[in-house]
Write a protein that binds this ligand. Structure first.
Ligand code: HH2
Length: 420
C-alpha cells in the first residue's frame, strides 16, 4: 500500500545528489554523458550559494533584488526596506553559481557602492567556487605544507611549568624535547610550541621567560625533528627568537593585535602565520562573550586582520586563519562555529581549528580535560567534513587515525589504503 498522496514507482528513481566541489559537478556531468562544452556551462549551474551581505544601502538593496531576480536567483531584504532609503541593511542573496556570476557582472555598473560590492562578491566566488580544486603548497622555511589535500595535523606542545609538573628548567626542557620528537614520530605535520598558557586567569609570562622556555628547545629540535615547528606566541620578540632558533611558522592567538611589532616581523621574515580570533584578551575573554552572529563577526575580524597584514607586506599566500575555539566564546558559540565551519572557506585562507580537549567538550560530555579524547575526535571528524585544512591537537597518535579515516570518507588526499 502506498502512503496517501505518494505516487507509484515507475522506475524513474529520482534522488538527491551531492555536489560539493567543481570536480563533483564535472564527474556527475560526465556520468550523464554531457559533451565538453556542456560540462563547462552546466557545472556552474549545479552549485548553489546563499550569501549574506551586511551594510547595503536600503536603496541599493532594491537594485540587488532586481538584478538577482533577473538572473533567476533572489535576494531577501528586510520588510520595511522601502521606507529606509538611506539606512544600511543586511540582505541575503541566493542562486546558482552561474546566476551569481551574471549578477556580479551586472552589479559592477550599478550605483550606491554596488560596484564595490560586485568586486567583493567576485573575490568570494573565486575562492569559494574555484575552477579547480587542486592542492597548493605553502613553503615554510625549507618545509612544504600541502593545502587542499589530506588534512594536516598540528601537534601541541605547551612548555609551561604546569604542563610537565615536577622539576626545574632542565627537566622541563628534556621532557618537552622527548614529547616533541614523539609528536613528530606519531605523524604530526607540524609541532606547535608555546611557552605561555592562554587559559583565562593564567599568570602572564615575561618576554625573557617565554623565550627561555621556547628558543633553546626549538634550537635543539630544529635540525633533528624533520617537521616544521611553529611558535605559539603573541610577542614579536619571542617569535623572532624562535624563528632565529629554527621555527618556521608563527601562531598568534591575538590575531596580530597584541604586539605592534608582530606584523613588521612577519613581513620581514616571510614565514607562514596563523591569525586567530579572540574576543577581548585572555584575562577578560570569558567574562560575557556576546555576538549577534558569531560566525559573521569572526569572519569580519579575520578578514580585517588579514587585510591589515597584507597591506603591511605579509604574503597573503602564507596566512592561515583560525576562529579560536574557546577564546571569548560560550559553549553554544563554540558548537555553532564548528557546525558552520564551511562558512569560513569564503575567506580564501587555509583554515586551522583547535578544539582539542577544550572546555566546551567538557561541558557537553561532563568530563575532565584528561577524558576528552573521544569528544575531540568527534569534533575533528566533523570539522574535516566541513572542510578544515589543519587541526591542532594534543593526542596526536589517536587523532592521526581519526583524521585518516575522516579524510578517506571525505575523499581527501587519497593516501591509499590496504585491506587486511
Ligand atoms: N588554542 C590554545 C592555544 N593556542 N592556537 C591556535 N591557532 N588555535 C587554538 O585553538 C589555540 C591556539 C589553547 O589551548 P591549549 O594548547 O590547550 O593551551 P593552554 O590552555 O595551555 O594555553
Amino acid at each position: 500500500m502506498q502512503e496517501e498522496g505518494r505516487s507509484e514507482h515507475a522506475g524513474f528513481n529520482p534522488r538527491l545528489v551531492r555536489v560539493e566541489s567543481p570536480s563533483d559537478a564535472k564527474r556527475l556531468l560526465r556520468e550523464v554523458g554531457t559533451d565538453k562544452g556542456g560540462v563547462a556551462i552546466m557545472s556552474r549551474k549545479m552549485q548553489h550559494a546563499v550569501v549574506a551581505v551586511d551594510n547595503v544601502q536600503a536603496r541599493a538593496a532594491h537594485i540587488v533584488k532586481q538584478v538577482m531576480l533577473s538572473k533567476g536567483g533572489d535576494c531577501a531584504t528586510p520588510r520595511d526596506v522601502f521606507y529606509k532609503d538611506t539606512e544600511r541593511v543586511q540582505v541575503m542573496l541566493m542562486g546558482s553559481v552561474a546566476q551569481f556570476r551574471k549578477a556580479i557582472k551586472n552589479l559592477s555598473v550599478q550605483p550606491f557602492e554596488l560596484a564595490m560590492l560586485s568586486g567583493e562578491l567576485k573575490d568570494l566566488f573565486n575562492v569559494a567556487f574555484p575552477g579547480s580544486d587542486m592542492p597548493r603548497e605553502i613553503a615554510a622555511d625549507g618545509h612544504r605544507l600541502e593545502i587542499g589535500g589530506r588534512t594536516l595535523v598540528m601537534g601541541v606542545l605547551n612548555v609551561t611549568p604546569d604542563s610537565f609538573s615536577d622539576g626545574g628548567r632542565y627537566h622541563l626542557m628534556e621532557k618537552a624535547r622527548e614529547r616533541a620528537l614523539e609528536i613528530a614520530s606519531q605523524g604530526a605535520d607540524i609541532v606547535d610550541i608555546g611557552g605561555e598558557s592562554a587559559r583565562p586567569g593564567a599568570a602572564p609570562v615575561s618576554v625573557d621567560e617565554e623565550t627561555a622556555r621556547t628558543a633553546p628547545l626549538i634550537e635543539s629540535l630544529a635540525r633533528e625533528i624533520g617537521v616544521p615547528i611553529s611558535i605559539d606566541t603573541c610577542k614579536a620578540e619571542v617569535a623572532g627568537r624562535a624563528l632565529d632558533a629554527g621555527a618556521s611558522m608563527v601562531n598568534d592567538i591575538s590575531g596580530l593585535r597584541f604586539d605592534a611589532e608582530m606584523i613588521p616581523l612577519l613581513a620581514s621574515r616571510d614565514v607562514p602565520v596563523v591569525i586567530m580570533h579572540m574576543q577581548g584578551t585572555p584575562r577578560d575573554m570569558q567574562e560575557k562573550p556576546t555576538y549577534k552572529d558569531v560566525v559573521g563577526e569572526i569572519i569580519e575580524f579575520l578578514r580585517e586582520r588579514a587585510d591589515e597584514a597584507i597591506r603591511s607586506g605579509v604574503d597573503g599566500d602564507k596566512i592561515f586563519v583560525d576562529p579560536g575555539i574557546g577564546f571569548g566564546k560560550t559553549v553554544e558559540h563554540n558548537l555553532e562555529i564548528v557546525r558552520r565551519l564551511d562558512e569560513f572557506q569564503g575567506l580564501g585562507f587555509p583554515l586551522l581549528l583547535g578544539t582539542s580537549r577544550k572546555s566546551f567538550i567538557g561541558a557537553v560530555l561532563d568530563r575532565p580535560a584528561g577524558e576528552r579524547v573521544l569528544g575531540t575526535a568527534a569534533t575533528v571528524a566533523f570539522a574535516i567534513a566541513r572542510g578544515v585544512d589543519m587541526v591542532r591537537v594534543h593526542d596526536v597518535r589517536e587523532m592521526i587515525d581519526v583524521v585518516r579515516m575522516a579524510d578517506a570518507v571525505a575523499a581527501r588526499g587519497r593516501v591509499g589504503w590496504t585491506a587486511s
